[in-house]
Design a protein around this ligand. Structure first.
Ligand code: ADP
Ligand code: MG
Length: 741
């Protein structure tokens, strides 16, 4: 059935031709159990590999069942191996991480056999070789003799007419070797078994024929014992030259993923490291760019928060409560600060040794209870919110704020804004990361604040009996001062005003205050109740400082009627920056002039910042590439450790593309797990099971698209590794791959 006619095999390496064997003529039949012996280097293995179809031959003809093979292509030889040959090796070539059963199964799976067809058969064969008990043991735990019996079982289940074995007992003790010989001879009953050995004495009792080689030539070929006569035909019936099936491929790939636990953990670690490192780095770069884009200064607005939009009515009319409600209903609008100016001007309150800077906020916006003390009720009471790193909060001194009085100066009125005394009724400690605190005031104080703001943005002029006077910007002359101790409709003025009126007498006469600002003009006529002189100023004003001389003292209500007419400029804070365009458009449609403060800032860095960004982006890209290259090499190193496995797969009939698929499945399975871990962590952070700066940044700045791209890049790395590795694996002949291991 197997016939060699003048077959020669040469090796070409580095221009030198060596002969493996020359002009071999042999005819072998079913039922024969042949031992090939000879000294080392005589060509025994070479001959066996040619018979196995693992190596090519250069000269002569080899026939299998009468069919000539010299014209065979690589694929033809693949099928030849699948169909006719089962190999047994000196070093077993088992997959150590597989169980006995899985090792035997591998040979069948690689030939495209179906599980339900082969399961019973494997069990039978395992019984035959005496390993049924060990079917679920890992191959690595078996003795050498047991391993070789697994290899024989693997050869047997293939159901091929030829079994070849190269020094199958070379690594075994004599007892195990006996068992193997016995097993092989029983197998040879209806097949051709060819065994290479240099220990002929051991083989002699079992074999039917002895072939001796010397220097690449057959020098002896004798019958030791008459073999059983078996017709030399190829069996009809199913001939298995199938390919690895899709689901089997998947099953094997997944099995390989988890089989070697340290390898799996190392791969998982690497994939998790890359996915985490890339997402952290990329999101923080996006964040830095965003922060840089959106930070900067503006001469008029202290708070250049990206969410802030300053609005005025296009017709410069007052913004009513109805208007505010309509704005609040726009999607994406978060907070509204009606008195916009309050955001950008902080006030300072101080007592003898304590001081706090803060923004004024209406106490009606405060929710909850203060940490100490109570909410303010009277006009001169305030509640103070301290950021966590304010020195008073830090060293626990804030409790002292509840005692004593503080001076409060409103920075809004030009010169007219008087200091007032306030008491702190409560303190709130906040997580806010800011240097400024917040000063919560009652509606009453808020009104006066609004008046002072109106005052500071208005031009005030006074007309007294034909004399026109402007209020001064740098002292109190002709500034209107609100006080409580003068009746509404009347005023206290300087005695210099006497000269403007007949009889040098201003008392009882009237004058008109006219104010003008961006939004409106108004005037008020008042009667002069009294005049103060240089000498009696303190007496008549209840002890006011000399600084206030020259002012026009009026009742607070009159003052507010001039300067507090409602809100003309407010700030709308978006709940998220992404609403910017839609909110701006909606406000515009509703009749507001809008200013996105942040878009009108001067960058701190300018061109220098652009260069810096270019450099960091470049460095980041290099870092990423390095990361990918390093991980590529590590993964390749890990895959290299699987050379034995893949050359075994190859010897069992696996093709390059099948090996590639197995590697891809193995890598992608780990990738998916690593990716699932990343998404799981992010999901937990999103659901607020925990929180960290890193996950917050990733969640905020990475988009769906970024996750997809990251996954695809990683997938590409896996495919690339699989492609290169399998190519390298299949560069040489199957035999060379095996030898290289
Ligand atoms: P044996 O198995 O009898 O010890 P081999 O068949 O391995 O001998 O080797 C036969 C001859 O072929 C030897 O001279 C050896 O040097 C040569 N040979 C075997 N394999 C190769 C190879 N891959 N490349 C070059 N020469 C080889
Ligand atoms: Mg050899």
């Amino acid at each position: 059935m197997l016939k060699l006619v003048n077959v020669s095999k040469y090796y070409y390496s580095k221009g030198v031709v060596t002969s493996g064997f020359t002009r071999v003529n042999l005819e072998m039949h079913r039922g024969e159990f042949i031992a090939i012996t000879g000294e080392s280097g005589s060509g025994k293995s070479t001959l066996l590999n040619v018979i196995s179809g693992l190596d090519s031959y250069e000269d002569g003809e080899m026939y299998i069942f009468g069919q000539e093979t010299s014209g065979y292509t690589e694929t033809d030889f693949e099928n030849y191996r699948k169909r006719y040959i089962a190999n047994i090796f000196q070093n077993f070539n088992l997959v150590n991480s597989y169980t006995v059963y899985q090792n035997v199964e591998l040979a069948l799976v690689m030939n495209g056999r179906k599980r339900r067809e082969y399961r019973k058969k494997i069990m039978e064969v395992l019984k035959q070789v005496g390993l049924y008990k060990f079917r679920n043991a890992r191959a690595s735990r078996l003795s050498g003799g047991q391993k070789q019996r697994v290899a024989i079982a693997r050869a047997l289940v293939k159901d091929t007419p030829v079994i070849v074995a190269d020094e199958p007992t070379g690594n075994l003790d004599s007892q195990s070797a006996e068992n193997v010989w016995e097993l092989l001879s029983s197998v040879a009953k209806d097949r051709l078994v060819v065994v290479v050995t240099h220990n002929f004495e051991q083989a002699e009792p079992y074999i039917t024929r002895k072939i001796t080689m010397h220097d690449g030539q057959v020098i002896e070929d004798v019958e030791v014992k008459k073999p059983e006569e078996i017709p030399d035909e190829e069996e009809s019936g199913v001939i298995h030259t199938g390919r690895l099936r899709f689901f089997q491929k998947l099953r094997l790939g997944i099995r390989n993923t988890f089989n070697i636990v340290p390898k799996f953990l190392l791969l998982l670690f690497i994939f998790m490291f890359i996915t985490a490192a890339v997402s952290i780095f990329y999101s923080s770069t996006l964040k830095n760019n965003f922060v840089e884009d959106t930070s900067g200064y503006n001469w008029y607005f202290d708070d250049a928060d990206v969410a802030r939009i300053v609005i005025q009515k296009k017709d410069r009319s007052v913004i009513t409560e109805d208007d505010f409600r309509a704005i609040a209903a726009v999607e994406g609008v978060g907070r509204i600060v009606k008195e916009d100016i309050l955001i950008d001007r902080s006030v300072y309150i101080w007592s003898e040794d304590l001081g706090v800077n803060g923004t004024i906020v209406s106490v009606s916006e405060f929710e909850g209870q203060p940490d100490i003390g109570r909410l303010p009720e009277q006009a001169d009471e305030i509640l103070v919110l301290l950021p966590k790193n304010h020195y008073l909060a830090d060293n626990g001194q804030y409790e002292r704020m509840l005692q004593g009085t503080f001076s409060l100066e409103l920075p809004f009125g030009k010169a007219s804004s008087p200091q007032r005394s306030v008491t702190v009724t409560g303190v709130v400690l906040s997580d806010l990361d800011d240097w400024k605190g917040q000063i919560y005031v009652t509606d009453e104080l808020m009104k006066q604040v609004s008046g002072a703001i109106g005052d500071s943005f208005s031009t005030v002029s006074v007309e007294a009996n034909g004399h026109i006077m402007q209020s001064s910007d740098w002292d109190m002359n002709n500034s209107v001062m609100p006080v409580d101790w003068i009746e509404s409709g009347t005023a206290l003025v300087s005695d210099e005003w006497n000269s403007y009126y007949k009889n040098y007498r201003a008392r009882g006469k009237t004058f008109t205050v006219t104010i003008k600002n961006l939004y409106y003009t108004d005037e008020l006529t008042l009667t002069i109740k009294d005049v103060y002189t240089y000498r009696n100023f303190k007496n008549k004003t209840g002890g006011l400082d000399d600084w206030y001389r020259g002012a026009i003292f009026v009742n607070t209500d009159d003052y507010l009627s001039l300067f507090d007419k409602g809100y003309y400029q407010s700030s709308v804070y978006m709940s998220d920056y992404s609403y910017k365009d839609s909110v701006m458009t909606a406000l515009d449609d509703m009749g507001y002039k809008t200013l996105h403060v942040n878009s009108n800032t001067y960058s701190y860095g300018g061109n220098w910042a652009k260069l810096e960004r270019l450099i960091t982006t470049g460095m980041g890209a290099m870092l990423m590439i390095t990361l990918f290259l390093v991980s590529y090499f590590i993964i390749r190193l890990i895959m290299r450790s699987r050379n034995t496995y893949f050359s075994t797969v190859r010897i069992l009939g696996g093709t390059a593309s099948e090996c590639r698929s197995l590697i891809v499945i193995e890598l992608v399975a780990v990738l998916n797990l690593a990716y699932a871990a990343l998404l799981g962590v992010l999901y937990a952070a999103e659901k607020e099971y925990f929180s960290s700066y890193i996950t917050d940044t990733i969640l905020r700045y990475l988009t769906f698209r970024d996750y997809i791209i990251l996954y695809l890049v990683m997938l590409a790395v896996c495919l690339w590794i699989a492609l290169r590795y399998s190519r390298q694996l299949f560069r040489g002949s199957a035999m060379n791959t095996l030898k290289a291991v």
